[in-house]
Design a protein around this ligand. Sequence first.
Ligand SMILES: Cc1cc2nc3c(=O)[nH]c(=O)nc-3n(C[C@H](O)[C@H](O)[C@H](O)COP(=O)(O)OP(=O)(O)OC[C@H]3O[C@@H](n4cnc5c(N)ncnc54)[C@H](O)[C@@H]3O)c2cc1C
Length: 410
Amino acid sequence: MHYDVIIVGAGPAGTVAAFECNSRGLSTLLLEKHSLPRDKPCGGAVMYHGLRLLNGELPKSVVERCIYGLRFIFPGNNQAEFISDKMIGVTVFRSRFDEYLARRAERSGVELREAARVTKAAVSEECAEVVLEDGTHFTSEFLIGADGVNSIVSRELGLRPKRKDLTKVGLGMEADFLVGEEGVMQATGDNPSVLEIIPAEDRISYGWVFPKREHLAIGVAGAGNQMSALRPLFDSFVRKTELRTGVDLIPDSKRTYFLGGDGLGSRNVSVRSILIGDAAGFVDPMMGEGIAYAMQSGVFAAEVIAEASMNEKHDEETLSRYQQKCADEFAANFAMAGWAGSKGASFAESMLSKISGHKLASDIMAMVARGEIGYAGIPPFVLRKLPRSLPGIIRHAVRSRVSNQSRKPS
Ligand SMILES: Cc1cc2nc3c(=O)[nH]c(=O)nc-3n(C[C@H](O)[C@H](O)[C@H](O)COP(=O)(O)OP(=O)(O)OC[C@H]3O[C@@H](n4cnc5c(N)ncnc54)[C@H](O)[C@@H]3O)c2cc1C
């Protein structure tokens, strides 16, 4: 069978790209190696800048919790909190979220094949081709590699080395803990709409506690080449969380997985093909947030391929517009996140605790999470708001300084 587009992988990147390709009139085949629903190791926090690409379509049954804020808990137990009156994201179980996106694509007319593992992929001047484990093969005008961080498409097309470069990917371990609604309320101080992020003292890793309806998603992650002691790190993080919250934590099952990579520093396009999502390496280098970037890169790939198809162009230069769109949208965020991440927990603490709870800071956090501004848009936004906000900021800084001093032992 011959298609306009074949997409390998039905995660957030592939399912959104499939929906968008199909809605632009391209015949689209989506291949997924598992039967759905399938699970994916993930904290399950989907930020609003990804959700908005679904035009508010996400059903309530897929949403575990609506999220309105972030709380950073530093090694000495100091906290910085930013809570908005606008929703900044949701928590989900990836099995349900990803299946919803796949069925949405299927309902729109995409041909979805489950239990279809791609073992070979190739592109030439004439066409793109993939071969499944059982020998079935398909051809297309364009190929999208959306097959995650261990992408076979990226390696088959020579866009990534056969062996993973651990300096360029992260590594994480996570688990869902069934604690009941009461446990979620107790662990979150009766506010289950806040994501907790806990930077580690050693500056190479961080942990998280994300509230779901009856579960807590808890995990740790850090640079791939520095996470050899992942299991003890995870176990000790869970023990500390147990002590801090007073909630007994017994994991459903622990899962380890690689995170993203150097998406903007790598080649993601060749003749007739584009890599998206984790296959391309589009993950925030500080927090490991990748779902929204995966979805956005899926939209960009569909836009570029639809235009190339209309103009009957399949060359790398034409498709490179995709890389440019991703750079324009993601570069400032990734650069700022990489810089802040490299500074470590004490830097984050000294910066964030000064502005904790301030309305302007919470508004900015919400706007970034909602995709209304990027990190690069923060300084001009602050400058515009500053004259009106200055008296409040000074009052806030004085108050937090006084309360910090009164907390210090004499
Ligand atoms: C521990 C951990 C916690 C995380 N927490 C968060 C979080 O809370 N929020 C967030 O935004 N991001 C988080 N991330 C990152 C996020 O999970 C990824 O960025 C996101 O899943 C990328 O989506 P994707 O569609 O590109 O890839 P994936 O979700 O990995 O989907 C790829 C799909 O391709 C399929 N596939 C693979 N190979 C083949 C093949 N050969 N043939 C056919 N199909 C194939 C897979 O089965 C899979 O369904 C986390 C990552 C980790 C490791």
